[in-house]
Design a protein around this ligand. Structure first.
Ligand SMILES: Cc1cc2nc3c(=O)[nH]c(=O)nc-3n(C[C@H](O)[C@H](O)[C@H](O)COP(=O)(O)OP(=O)(O)OC[C@H]3O[C@@H](n4cnc5c(N)ncnc54)[C@H](O)[C@@H]3O)c2cc1C
Length: 295
């Protein structure tokens, strides 16, 4: 697919880790911040617009998306050190590459990024994290772009940040890059941490199936996976969507799942957990687009 060109009717199943979803009316992979700014300024991109990274936290519905999906992965994805001690990473860079770059450059506490199969943009939007670390713990400032194509440098204080939650205090903008601050450490230690983290994840998560990762946010003082398991839902299946036996907060696509199968399974889990525990599970995954029978 050529970059910086708007394509019509693009199958979204090729751009998310569940491998489901309908067509994007318009789809654009952007490789150049200035080109993107120009297209936005000229109002050449049909609205509404959604930015995505690797679609590892997104459920695209079967009826597709009216508007434009803009993907930054592999396009806007530079990473470099900015002396004395900052890393500049663009939104389309994968978190795994960021982690490896930071480790190789001798920074510490960067290993957790290796376990997040998304982009820096997605991690900024989600405040992605694991093993006690979250993306925004390390953000100094970000580069954003607004709907009129203007770029802004925003400080951390300009966002409300919480567990898997990030909202700008003012108007909505999209992330183009971040300046991250890691403490200096030891290259070999950080590289070893990445190796052992990847091993632990392989042991505990169904990584050989198409999945959207943790489906639900952990409610305060609870683990979503434990609640789901206690409701005997491991292995429960609707159509081609199944609650993983390995990790109950993961829903896997067993081969021919539709987005609707996954969404119906999500609703079923929420209803069973509520009935038995009186706790409402909120989705962590973002559900985007129209159902097949929507008009
Ligand atoms: C196997 C597996 C394991 C996972 N483990 C973890 C984990 O340990 N911890 C964790 O936090 N998550 C985890 N996830 C979820 C997911 O990887 C993260 O949420 C990740 O940060 C999403 O990045 P992405 O690029 O794929 O985002 P996408 O799914 O493409 O997008 C996610 C959201 O971010 C928005 N977005 C994306 N890019 C931008 C941008 N440039 N500007 C503004 N908004 C944007 C999208 O519109 C959407 O709302 C896991 C997922 C899988 C499949």
């Amino acid at each position: 697919m050529e970059q910086n060109k708007i394509y019509q009717n693009v199958p979204l199943r090729d751009f998310n880790s569940w491998r489901v979803g309908g067509l994007a009316e318009n789809f654009l992979i952007c490789s150049d911040k200035e080109k993107l700014a120009e297209l936005l300024r000229a109002k050449k991109i049909p609205q509404p617009i959604t930015f995505i990274g690797l679609g590892s936290n997104t459920l695209f519905r079967d009826g597709g998306y009216h508007g434009t999906i803009i993907m930054l992965h592999k396009g806007i994805s530079e990473v470099k050190e900015e002396p004395p001690d900052l890393i500049y990473a663009e939104a389309g860079l994968s978190c795994s590459k960021l982690s490896k770059f930071a480790a190789k450059s001798g920074y510490k506490n960067c290993a957790f990024f290796a376990g997040i199969p998304g982009t820096v943009g997605g991690a900024l939007a989600m405040n992605a994290g694991c093993y006690g670390f979250e993306t925004w713990n390390f953000v100094k400032q970000v580069l954003t772009i607004d709907m009129d194509g203007h770029q802004h440098i925003r400080q951390k204080e300009e966002f409300e940040i919480n567990y898997r939650y990030v909202e700008p205090k003012n108007k909505k903008e999209f992330f183009l890059a971040a300046w991250l601050e890691f403490e200096k450490g030891n290259k070999e230690v950080s590289e070893q941490e990445i190796k052992s983290l990847l091993f632990t994840r392989k042991e505990s998560q169904p990584l050989n199936w198409p999945t959207g990762g943790s489906t639900f946010r952990n409610p305060e003082n609870h683990y979503a996976a434990k609640l789901i398991e206690e409701c005997q839902l491991k292995g429960y299946q609707i159509g081609g969507a199944r609650v993983s036996e390995k990790h109950a907060n993961f829903i896997i696509n067993t081969g021919d799942a539709s987005a609707d199968d996954i969404e119906r399974l999500i609703i079923h889990i929420q209803s069973e957990v509520y009935k038995s525990k009186n706790i409402h599970l909120e989705t962590e995954v973002k559900i985007i687009g129209n159902k097949l029978n929507d008009h």
